[in-house]
Every structure is written in C-alpha cells, then in structure tokens.
Design a protein around this ligand. Structure first.
Ligand code: ATP
Ligand code: MG
Length: 197
C-alpha cells in the first residue's frame, strides 16, 4: 500500500465519522449560548452571531445591561437593519453604588428582555453583559432561568459577561469561555473606537 493509499484510507475513516455525527444531529431548535470568561471577545461574539442571523433575514433583539449612554458601533449598524435595542440609558451608577437605582435600571431593561424572550417573532435575543446583573442580585436568577427556558422553541439566546452563574451554564446548550492571554489595556493602550466599542 502506498503512502497515498494510507492517507486516503485515513481521510475516508475520518469522513465516515464526521458524516455519522452530522447524521445523528437531527434536533431542530433554538439554542442558548453563553460566552463568558475574562478575555476580550464576548460581546464581539454575541454581536457577530446577531449579525449572522440578520444576514439571513432573521428578527433579532438586543438587551444591553450596561450604562448605555456611550456610542456603540454595533448598535449604530444593527439598528439600521431592524434589530431592536434596549439599553440602560440612565440610573446605572457604578460610582454611587446605589443599589436601589441600579436594580431599577436593570429591571427596566429586563422587562424589555423578558418581552422579547416571550415573543415568537424574535429568532434571536442577545442579553449582553447580563451575567453581572444576576451576580449583583439586580435580577432574580430563577426568573431569568424561567424566561430563557420557556422561550419559543425556535428562538436562540446569547448571554455574555464574565463569571456566568452555574445555573446559566447548566441551561445553556453551548458555553464558551474566552481566556485572557493578554490585553492591549495592560500595555497602557487606550480603548479604541471600532475596536472596543
Ligand atoms: P468586547 O466587547 O471587545 O468583545 P468583552 O465583551 O469580551 O469585549 P467586557 O468584559 O464586556 O469584554 O469588557 C468590555 C471592554 O473591556 C472592552 O473595551 C474590552 O476591550 C475591554 N476588555 C475586555 N477584556 C479585557 C481584559 N482582559 N483586560 C482589559 N480590558 C478588557
Ligand atoms: Mg462585553
């Protein structure tokens, strides 16, 4: 047997395995993706997935659980393509650490997010930076889990943010952890428009 024959045999075996796995994956349903970890790329990944869905003509909504007064390149672009955005416009105060005001701000966005999670018109819902809201107790974990689990069958959900709660990882179908190897900020480089927001 020549080297070429052996190579061909190996590749055929691999192909058979992959084909068998593709054959096995038959379930059609929306999925829950959690992108967590300390490295850069979580929100980028979430918005990239939304862009992918929009490219197929799907209806998407985004809830951003951060103080949303600053500019956001993804929002500028995706809003033009019919993506609904709900952001924390006011009241979210890392500085004053006023828990009542912060909870109210988080709850206001959450009500909008919950409506999208109950609406079968949405193919995809991105809950950007939501992990912190659960971690700080601004949102009720059980309520969040129930809303995600009871969403329309065809709807997919992407959750981003560091330190995702164990329960969020459990209900997710796909979980990726972005690991920090290094970050420009550590070398004193300022956050950049078009790169960081
Ligand atoms: P991105 O929005 O760029 O995908 P992210 O969502 O993974 O980043 P966040 O924790 O949401 O990261 O932080 C948002 C901001 O903090 C971005 O400007 C990002 O570049 C920056 N950032 C992310 N990871 C790090 C890090 N390990 N060290 C310093 N800054 C970071
Ligand atoms: Mg982010």
């Amino acid at each position: 047997m020549t080297e070429q024959d052996r190579h061909q045999q190996r590749q055929q075996k691999l192909k058979d395995k992959v084909d068998a796995r593709i054959e096995q994956a038959q379930t059609e349903k929306g999925i829950v993706i959690v992108i967590t970890g300390n490295g850069k790329g979580k929100s980028t990944s979430g918005f990239g997935t939304v862009a992918r869905a929009v490219g197929h003509g799907q209806k998407c909504g985004v809830a951003q659980f951060i103080k949303g007064t600053w500019e956001c390149g993804e929002r500028n672009l995706l809003q033009q393509h019919g993506v609904d955005f709900h952001i924390m416009a006011t009241g979210f105060t890392w500085d004053t650490q006023d828990k009542t005001a912060d909870t109210q701000a988080a709850q206001a966005v959450w009500q909008e997010a919950k409506a999208m999670l109950a609406d079968p018109r949405y193919d995809m819902v991105l809950l950007d930076e939501m992990t912190y809201m659960v971690a700080y107790g601004y949102l009720d974990l059980d309520e969040v889990v129930a809303a995600i689990e009871n969403r329309p069958t065809e709807q997919s959900v992407v959750v981003t943010g560091r330190g995702a709660h164990r329960c969020l990882l459990e209900i997710a179908d796909t979980v990726s952890e972005v690991k920090n190897i290094k970050h420009a900020f550590d070398q004193g480089i300022k956050a950049r428009k078009g790169v960081d927001w």
